[in-house]
Design a protein around this ligand. Structure first.
Ligand code: NAD
Length: 280
């Protein structure tokens, strides 16, 4: 029960596939109490689909304290959520930022063709939101705390197809290091979890389906990661068990990031070449 007596915020649950939900479930299983946010619904959406999808997950959970709407690109939404969090929790111990967004058209374009407005929107939603939410969380982390965000290897190396989101993740990784420095004296740690491909809403939009097979072939462990693994490692970064770790990008990808060549996939290519050669 590594989260017994701990309270915090989970930002970025859209549905039961969301990485944020996997991490929140683990935290709540370990005794932690979580406040949640969801993307606001359009006023003309009578069915309030965003809220409903998250509420059906959080409502049955005893350790889910509240669910509030928040568009993290809006300062007034952030203010309302953190005021309410202060009211409900007093102080917080952890905050998960699991938020990214880019317009589909911009995600699909080569980086060189990114639109100016699409670039600004992607950076605002995927990077600045970490800065804004960390600033709002700081006064609530009166006894120190842990902040974690979700990143991807496409910010360290060129992963064709990840496009503008790769540039956002590079900026997010740098943001983690600067926030780690600035919040260190307050006893607040800031880390990022770099996950391999996982089937989620955002993951699908970023091309995860086409990547799963490649990861299976190239990752030293020869398989993809699971939601449960993301849940455990994300919770670890937000728990006291990682209390000496800050400013880190922790890779959870079966070892994919350690490879300098396509590894065992090369044997496959050679096999195919040999087969083609023997047919000719
Ligand atoms: N799925 C993967 O393969 C993978 C791999 C590595 C990193 N990540 C990262 O994990 C994080 C979570 O994504 P996911 O894969 O769980 O998908 P997801 O779609 O379930 O989560 C993305 C979340 O971002 C939220 N969001 C988007 N714009 C927002 C805004 N303006 N304000 C508030 N919330 C907003 C969405 O509501 C959603 O809850 C993202 O940062 C993503 O880049 C995903």
């Amino acid at each position: 029960m590594q989260f017994q007596g701990k309270k915090g915020l989970i930002l970025g649950v859209a549905n039961d596939h969301s990485i944020a939900w996997a991490i929140a479930k683990r935290i709540m299983q370990q005794g932690g109490v979580c406040g949640f946010t969801h993307l606001p619904d359009r006023p003309d959406d009578d069915r309030q689909r965003n809220r409903r999808r998250v509420a059906q997950l959080t409502d049955p959970e005893e350790n889910a304290a509240f669910l509030l709407p928040m568009d993290a690109t809006k300062d007034e939404d952030i203010r309302t959520v953190f005021d309410e969090t202060k009211e409900r929790f007093g102080k917080i111990d952890f905050m998960l930022h699991s938020i990214a967004f880019a317009d589909r058209d911009d995600l699909a374009r080569d980086t060189i063709n990114s639109s100016r407005d699409g670039f600004k929107l992607a950076m605002d939603a995927s990077v600045y939101t970490l800065i804004a939410c960390a600033r709002a969380a700081r006064p609530l982390m009166t006894e120190g705390g842990a902040i974690a965000t979700m990143t991807y290897y496409g910010g360290e190396k060129c992963v064709p197809g990840y496009n503008v989101m790769g540039v956002c993740k590079a900026a997010l990784d740098a943001t983690v290091r600067y926030l780690c420095y600035e919040l260190g004296p307050d006893g607040i740690r800031v880390n990022a979890l770099s996950a391999g491909p996982v089937r989620t809403l955002a993951g699908r939009a970023a091309g995860v389906d086409g990547m799963l097979q490649m990861y299976e072939q190239i990752a030293p462990m020869g398989r993809n990661i699971t939601h449960e693994e993301v849940g455990r490692t994300g919770a670890f970064l937000l728990s006291d068990d990682s209390d000496g770790i800050s400013g880190d990008i922790l890779h959870l990808d079966g070892g994919f990031h350690a490879m300098g060549t396509p590894g065992r996939l090369l044997y496959r290519v050679k096999e195919m070449q040999d087969q083609l050669g023997s047919q000719q």
